[in-house]
Design a protein around this ligand. Structure first.
Ligand code: VGL
Ligand code: ZN
Length: 208
């Protein structure tokens, strides 16, 4: 059973959004070609879905600016601009993404006291979102992961998939992903590769 996980392809992470990733919108046509390819038995997506007072927002920490390190529930936390607030346009999946073909949208980041980069669980690794159980139930043996942002939510989702879906083979689709910083992307790719995740491009998948 082959599945595709589209991570946080939302307005908020594209140009014009509140936490724009450079060229983030460029993943959309690539993701669409994968969605439409017929290569996947199952297509799932994650959606960053924060309450307006989320503790990862710099605005929740008086005197702090976005991209500074603060504290959340006693742990160091990168402070972000307000982004992907529930029921706002910023939180919607990109309008050109072929969303009708997505089988399940997993929301995450609702708990204001902990951030959730991974589509599978909170950053403190306690609360599971339910996505791993769903993919296990569906009998997923191969999972391709892509989206925004490579150095945060994509990386943590890919690594958690390995840990939470027994026996799964995970691949990261580089050209269907963009990151926040070039150094972060390089480090994320090294870390994924070191953990046994294959780095592939959409062209390899479409040609196979
Ligand atoms: C993300 C930072 C904060 C992501 C989400 O989708 O990579 N990054 N929230
Ligand atoms: Zn977020």
């Amino acid at each position: 059973m082959k599945a595709l996980l589209l991570v946080d392809i939302q307005n908020g992470f594209c140009p014009g959004g509140n936490l724009p990733v450079l060229d983030g919108h460029e993943v959309v046509p690539v993701a669409n070609s994968l969605i439409d390819s017929g290569k996947y038995d199952l297509i799932v997506a994650s959606q960053d879905w924060h309450p307006a007072d989320h503790g990862s927002f710099a605005s929740s920490h008086p005197g702090k600016n976005p991209f500074e390190i603060g504290e959340l529930s006693g742990k160091p936390q990168m402070l972000w601009p307000d982004h992907c607030v529930q029921y706002t346009r910023d939180a919607e999946l990109h309008p050109e993404l072929h969303s009708a073909q997505i089988d399940l949208i997993q929301q995450k980041g609702e708990n204001r006291n902990v951030d959730s980069y991974s589509a599978f669980r909170d950053n403190d690794q306690h609360a599971l979102t339910g996505l791993a159980d769903f993919l296990v139930e569906q009998g997923v043996t191969e999972l391709d992961v892509c989206g925004l942002a490579t150095d945060y939510c994509v990386k943590f989702s890919a690594l958690d998939a390995l840990e939470l879906i027994p026996g799964v083979k995970v691949r990261f689709i580089e050209d269907a992903s963009r990151g926040i910083t070039p150094e972060g992307v390089a480090a994320a790719i090294d870390e994924m590769r070191a953990n046994g995740i294959d780095i592939v491009n959409s062209t390899d998948i479409l040609a196979a």
